[in-house]
Each structure stands twice: as structure tokens, then as C-alpha cells.
Ligand binder design. Structure first.
Ligand SMILES: Nc1ncnc2c1ncn2[C@@H]1O[C@H](COP(=O)(O)OP(=O)(O)OP(=O)(O)O)[C@@H](O)[C@H]1O
Ligand SMILES: [Mg+2]
Length: 248
């Protein structure tokens, strides 16, 4: 459903993605592992439509149609969702207000009616409870002063509520304590479905014990250099990236 073809991307004249090819299928959870600086976050930003990235060659297709000309909000309405590696703090915007605006904007774009305040509260409370998020948090400005792990849980809460067709999780495991890792993984696993694709970017096999991926891709120097089953993650844990970097 999400096809990335020969993608070349530059930032400020620096080449970061180098002819990347990747097909992510509906119903599958794919994992990307790769050394620091190999371009994993860049790939997720380019898919989400963040500006500042120059696509010099290649295409990204969602269900067969190019998304390159779409604005980030149009991509979100089409069902793309990105959990940030470093979630932004937004002072002055209460988390609740933000969640409601995000949900209603998507519903509007899909031609659905806005949620009533009652429906919204019910959905948020249920999702927050499942993820072990204290409801008092939702009154605070979005992510402001939240600990690293609390921000990551908030990302998963947003994902749960927005119910995307395709979700990308960029290092959602970093900074989580052992219990939070389990809770967040359960949140992600609960979203696995035949109609949804997911891409999990991680450095650690540990996360993949909880969220067992269907496929694992190894990224090095701006392209995918190997794809296979979960056994690749185990092998990487043992041997590191040296062979892949050399091959790339
Ligand atoms: N705005 C920018 N200006 C200059 N270089 C950039 C910019 N954004 C990204 N890069 C560079 O692009 C490369 C890829 O960065 P990216 O964040 O995609 O790596 P990553 O694979 O996500 O790494 P990590 O595992 O550390 O999160 C890095 O060398 C980074 O310094
Ligand atoms: Mg990154």
C-alpha cells in the first residue's frame, strides 16, 4: 500500500536518501533498523511531508497514487500518521484541545461529522486508560514538561485516536521504562489489523520481542540494504552493522 521508489533526498545540498526502495504492505508490521545517521528519521519525515527536504528523484505512492504533491495535513487525512522520535512541545495548547482538533480535522477531510464533546471525552478517556496515562495530563499543554516516556505514550494515544491507515513509529521505544515499553507495545499490537500498515523504526531487538514484525529491513547510507524476517534483528544484535555499512 505504501511504495517508495528510488527515493533520493537532499537537505541543504547534503544527500541523505540514496535511491531507497521499499514496499510496505497493508496488514503488515515492518521494522527498519539501521545505524545512527543512516536516514531513518529523514525517511519518516519525507513520508509525512515535512518541508526542507528536497526530493531529487523517485516517488512515494500511497495505494498507487503519488503523495509528493500533498500537504502534510492532506497526507494525514489520507491516513498517514507519524509518531515522532522527538515529540514537539506545544506551549499554550491544551492536550485535549489538540487531540480534538486533530480528530475533527481528519473527520472533516473524510466528510464525516465532528465528534460531540461526549463522544470525544469517552474515546480519549478509554484510550488514555489503556495506555496508563493519567487524565490530569490531558489538561496540560501538549508535551510541555512531559518526561521522555510520557511524550512517547502521548504519541501512541494520538495514534490510537486517529486510527490511521498507515502508521510510522520512529524510535517509540527510546526512553521508555520497562513497564511503559510493554504498555506502548500493547497499544501498538492492539492496532495491528488487516487494513492497516505499520512501520516501526527501532535500534533494539528488545522492542521487536513485544511487537513481532512481519518483515525487517536494514537501512544503511540512505537505502535499504537487506530485507527478511525477524531473525535479521537477532543477527544484528549479535554482529552489528559493519557488514551492511561496507556493502552499502
Ligand atoms: N536539516 C539537516 N541539515 C543537515 N543535515 C541533516 C539535516 N537533517 C538530517 N541531516 C543529516 O542526515 C543524516 C540522516 O539523519 P536521520 O535523522 O535521518 O538519521 P537516523 O537514521 O534517523 O539516525 P538515528 O538512528 O540517530 O535517529 C544525518 O547525518 C543527519 O545529520
Ligand atoms: Mg532517527
Amino acid at each position: 500500500m505504501l511504495e517508495i521508489k528510488n527515493l533520493h533526498v537532499e537537505v541543504e545540498g547534503k544527500k541523505i536518501l540514496n535511491g531507497l526502495n521499499l514496499t510496505l504492505k497493508k496488514g503488515e508490521v515492518a521494522a527498519i533498523m539501521g545505524p545512527n545517521g543512516s536516514g531513518k528519521s529523514t525517511l519518516s519525515y519525507v513520508i509525512a511531508g515535512k518541508e526542507d527536504y528536497e526530493i531529487t528523484e523517485g516517488d512515494i505512492l500511497l495505494n498507487g497514487e503519488s503523495i509528493l504533491e500533498m500537504e502534510p495535513n492532506e497526507r494525514a487525512a489520507a491516513g498517514l500518521f507519524l509518531c515522532f522520535q522527538y515529540p514537539l512541545e506545544i506551549p499554550g495548547v491544551a492536550t485535549m484541545t489538540f487531540l480534538k482538533a486533530a480528530m475533527n480535522a481528519q473527520r472533516k477531510a473524510r466528510g464525516e461529522a465532528e465528534l460531540t464533546p461526549g463522544e470525544f471525552m469517552k474515546a480519549v478517556r478509554a484510550a488514555a486508560e489503556k495506555l496508563g496515562i493519567n487524565p490530569d495530563f490531558l489538561k496540560r499543554p501538549l508535551n510541555v514538561g512531559f518526561s521522555g516516556g510520557e511524550k512517547k505514550r502521548m504519541e501512541i494515544l494520538q495514534m490510537t485516536l486517529l486510527n490511521p491507515a498507515f502508521a510510522i513509529l520512529d524510535e517509540t521505544d527510546s526512553g521508555l521504562d520497562i513497564d511503559a515499553l510493554r504498555i506502548v507495545s500493547e497499544g501498538v499490537n492492539a492496532m495491528r489489523s488487516a487494513d492497516r500498515g505499520m512501520l516501526v523504526i527501532t535500534h533494539y531487538q528488545r522492542l521487536l520481542d513485544h511487537i513481532v514484525p512481519d518483515v525487517v529491513h536494514v537501512m544503511a547510507k540512505g537505502r535499504i540494504v537487506k530485507s527478511g524476517g525477524p531473525e535479521i534483528a537477532l543477527e544484528l544484535e549479535k554482529n552489528g552493522y559493519a557488514d551492511y555499512i561496507e556493502a552499502a
